[in-house]
Ligand binder design. Structure first.
Ligand code: GDP
Length: 457
């Protein structure tokens, strides 16, 4: 890369420290112009830190007292010469230093440009770069762990193994294509078919791992249903008030939809329509049966709350209808003021759903609820599995396309088509896989991926 880039790498706002990052062949030269180290010794060593002042070279004004770290390429994140200026946090100082870097020869980095350079300079592949974004955005422990696996290149390694197997088949087939004067060896066909079937299987397994990976990435979409006063808000508050609970609150597209994530055993539970629960007293009446059905349709899990201090009522029956064929947990709430001879439980056992008794108000029974969720989604199995899980939609699509190409290759051989036809399909599978690691990803795809990064990463 010709130019040297600079960006503020820490989040906007006041903080303990702020970091301004430079990468490119002029990094050290630019820093030399604006940084006066206390120890005048000018020699630069990689992985070293110097203490001193950032000055405005135009008037020698001291901007801040800083620490500057030096990384000599290729032993750096981007493989280029890099500097990180640690300032006292604060937007004014950070902006000033950024400006001075820009005036002294650096260009403002685009979002993700540091990581893009790491990719373009061959330090990481595309799948690894995408893991960097996933890691930054991780909402749960498991998601972060999967991203680290991706960052370490485990997915790329697996893709590499499959590519090797495909290449192996290609080599055999090409021999036949190149020397058509030899009869197409029955053996070659049989062997190719066997090998292709194994490849198809491997791709299919990876593709399916996305379903589990999706739970890790998106969280378990959960909706809470219950008639007015059953205890929906109380349950929500009990869940959200636990300090281990809140992961984040993300503003949805409309003002009403706040997405809240809670952490259950290392995975994120994504509560949908919690604003609806909070604002409308009667979820069925105010949002309507249709919207409730739609919410139920969209969710992975329904928590249906019934009030043990009352008998079953009309609205309860509507909820029962909605959850009948869905993944649901029945919560019998207000166990502390249970009505005598209340037989709601007996009336609900036919539904064959797990039933939890609790008191949302007293925060009793939450653990049972969490344990049930862990059981339903076999979370322990997912959490303890060392298999590679695809969590990225783009990767899944490429794997699916590769699998389809392999299938077409198999069909072509089975239908005794000319061998170059199946060879075209098999090559196509290799291309599709190559787009995952970026070996043959188009510039558009690469740009699209790095656009999702934040500035300074
Ligand atoms: P929502 O309309 O379903 O959101 O119900 P709320 O959470 O607002 O609860 C309605 C009323 O029931 C409030 O006065 C709560 O304090 C009370 N409540 C909720 N859960 C319990 C519980 O487990 N035990 C008792 N005794 N009262 C509860």
């Amino acid at each position: 890369m010709e130019n040297t880039i600079v960006a503020i790498s820490t989040a906007a706002g006041n903080s303990g420290i702020g970091i301004i990052r430079l990468s490119g062949k002029n990094s050290f030269e630019i820093v030399k112009k604006i940084f006066v180290p206390k120890n005048k010794q000018q020699e630069i060593k990689g992985y070293s830190i110097k203490y001193g002042n950032i000055i405005n070279p135009e008037n020698s004004e001291i901007i801040d007292e800083v620490l500057v770290s030096y990384f000599i390429g290729p032993n750096s994140f981007t493989r280029e010469d890099m500097c990180e200026i640690n300032t006292h946090g604060g937007m004014v100082v950070e902006r000033k230093i950024l400006d001075i870097c820009l005036k002294n020869g650096a260009d403002l980095a685009e979002p993700g440009e540091f990581t893009k350079r790491a990719f373009l300079n061959g330090r990481i592949d595309l799948a690894q770069a995408e893991s960097v974004i996933d890691l930054i955005n991780a909402k749960s422990d498991k998601e972060a762990k999967e991203s680290i696996k991706g960052l370490k290149g485990e997915l790329s390694e697996k893709i590499g193994q499959i590519e090797e197997k495909i290449t192996d088949v290609m080599v055999n087939i090409e021999v036949v294509v190149d020397y058509p004067e030899y009869d197409i060896d029955e053996m070659t066909n049989k062997e190719a078919l066997e090998k292709l079937a194994i490849i198809e299987n491997m791709l299919e397994e990876l593709e399916h791992s996305f379903d589990k990976g999706k739970l890790i990435r998106d969280g378990i979409k959960t909706v809470i249903f219950g008639k007015p006063n059953a205890g929906k808000s109380s349950l929500l508050n009990a869940i959200l008030n636990e300090d281990r609970a809140i992961v984040s609150e993300i503003e949805g597209t409309t003002r009403d939809s706040i997405e809240e994530y809670i952490n259950v055993g290392g995975l994120a539970l994504k509560l949908i329509d919690t604003a609806g629960v909070r604002k409308t007293d009667n979820i069925i009446e105010k949002i309507g049966v249709d919207k409730s059905k739609k919410l139920a349709e969209e969710s992975d899990l329904i928590i249906a709350i019934f009030d043990l201090s009352k008998d079953l009522e009309e609205e309860d029956k509507q909820i029962i209808d909605i959850i009948r064929n869905k993944n649901a947990i029945i919560v019998l709430n207000k166990v502390d003021i249970k009505k005598e001879n209340n037989d709601i439980e007996n009336q609900l056992t036919d539904l064959c759903k797990p039933i939890i008794k609790m008191s949302a108000l007293k925060r009793e029974g939450l653990e049972d609820l969490y344990n049930e969720i862990i059981k339903i989604f076999s979370l322990n199995e997912i959490l303890n599995s060392n298999d590679i899980l695809i969590t990225n939609e783009r990767h899944k699509n490429q794997i699916r396309k590769a699998k389809e190409s392999i299938k077409e290759g198999i069909e072509a051989i089975k239908n005794s088509m000319p061998i170059d036809i199946s060879s075209i399909h098999i090559k196509q599978a290799l291309n599709e896989l190559g787009e995952i690691t970026g070996k043959n990803a188009s510039e558009d795809i690469i740009n699209e991926i790095f656009r999702k990064f934040c500035l300074g990463k």
